[in-house]
Design a binder for this molecule. Structure first.
Ligand SMILES: Nc1ncnc2c1ncn2[C@@H]1O[C@H](COP(=O)(O)OP(=O)(O)OP(=O)(O)O)[C@@H](O)[C@H]1O
Length: 308
């Protein structure tokens, strides 16, 4: 659990980057901070691990005031993933992932076992452990960055534009995979992104920021269905109704029985945006839902989707 209470940051010679911000992030929840360039997202996140000190206000992590602990020691207990990954180029992947556990005094055997566990968790082959960062693709390096951030099992993970340097196709896949990984490890995660689609895909909650303040802090569904003002409405985009459909799977609105009039097919775990798209493409108002084994399991109609 992270609590920020009336936090303000003024930079010397600059304006107010973060302005009386209050935010509570429950244990195990992923929050995406989004907003236009310069709105204070990165400053907000970096105050949590004390890379930036607040001018005013209080921040606690699991009840402990972040100012009460030595910042260097404290940071070893907070995972941090950045866009450029920041892997140590002269170290192997194993040494990179094991760097914080080593600082924490873990035994070589324990580090080795943890490395093997993490490389599998992020979907890479064990043979990668003996390579150097330059011998990996950008997406593979990003996976290693996440493995390294998780190494000492920190309760909190901070991610600063973690997929910024990845091409759009690999990016969507990584976002979906990481969402599943993060759900499995029960971490409190704060991620900064300027990409509302990424926030919708990854966040349990989204905090939309403007000029150092949070204008809306809600679930993706609420943000997309009920933006609080014209700024949020504009920021989430004119296609917000379609974005919202991408949050849900066909199985959510599927009706039992296969309608003989259903001309085209869709999988139960396809998202509703794709289902609607398939209906438009096939010029129909219903699809047969067919499972991975090819067996029909139900029907999804256009009315059921639009009623959501
Ligand atoms: N070290 C600094 N000194 C002075 N001003 C700063 C400093 N760091 C950030 N700022 C200013 O604080 C404001 C918020 O910056 P911040 O990096 O938090 O924004 P951001 O929302 O993360 O932006 P972006 O999406 O462009 O990365 C900006 O106006 C920025 O110019």
């Amino acid at each position: 659990m992270i609590e920020m209470e009336h936090v303000t940051k003024r930079f010397d010679g600059g304006g107010t980057a973060v302005d009386d911000l209050t935010l509570e992030i429950p244990q195990g929840v992923t929050v995406a901070l989004v907003g236009p360039s310069g709105c204070g997202k990165t400053t907000t996140m970096r105050m949590i691990n004390r890379l930036i000190e607040p001018s005013e206000g209080r921040i606690t992590v699991n009840g402990e005031d972040v100012r009460s602990v030595d910042p260097v020691i404290f940071r070893r207990h907070i995972g941090y993933v950045i866009q450029q990954v920041g892997l140590f180029s002269h170290m192997t992947i194993a040494q990179n992932i094991g760097s914080v556990p080593k600082l924490l005094g873990w035994s070589a055997d324990k580090i080795k076992a943890r490395n093997e566990e993490l490389i599998a968790l992020v979907g890479l082959d064990q043979s990668m452990l003996t390579r150097y960062p330059r011998q990996l693709s950008g997406g593979q390096r990003q996976r290693v960055g996440v493995a390294r951030a998780l190494a000492a099992d920190p309760p909190v993970l901070l991610m600063d534009e973690p997929f910024g340097a990845i091409d759009p196709i690999a990016r969507t896949r990584l976002q979906n995979e990481f969402r599943q990984i993060l759900q499995g490890v029960n971490k409190t995660v704060v991620m900064v992104t300027h990409d509302i689609d990424e926030a919708v895909r990854m966040g349990d909650r989204i905090a939309i920021m403007r000029a150092g303040k949070i204008v809306q802090y809600d679930t993706p569904d609420e943000i997309l269905s009920r933006p609080v003002d014209a700024f949020v409405e504009d920021f989430v985009g004119a296609d917000r109704a379609l974005k919202r459909l991408s949050l849900y799977e066909v199985s959510k609105v599927m009706q039992p029985g296969v309608d003989p009039a259903a001309a085209a097919k869709i999988a139960p775990d396809a998202d509703l945006r794709n289902a609607l798209s398939a209906m438009i493409a096939a010029n129909t108002d219903r699809l047969a839902v067919v499972n991975a084994a090819g067996a029909p399991v139900g029907t999804v109609t256009r009315d059921a989707i639009t009623a959501l």
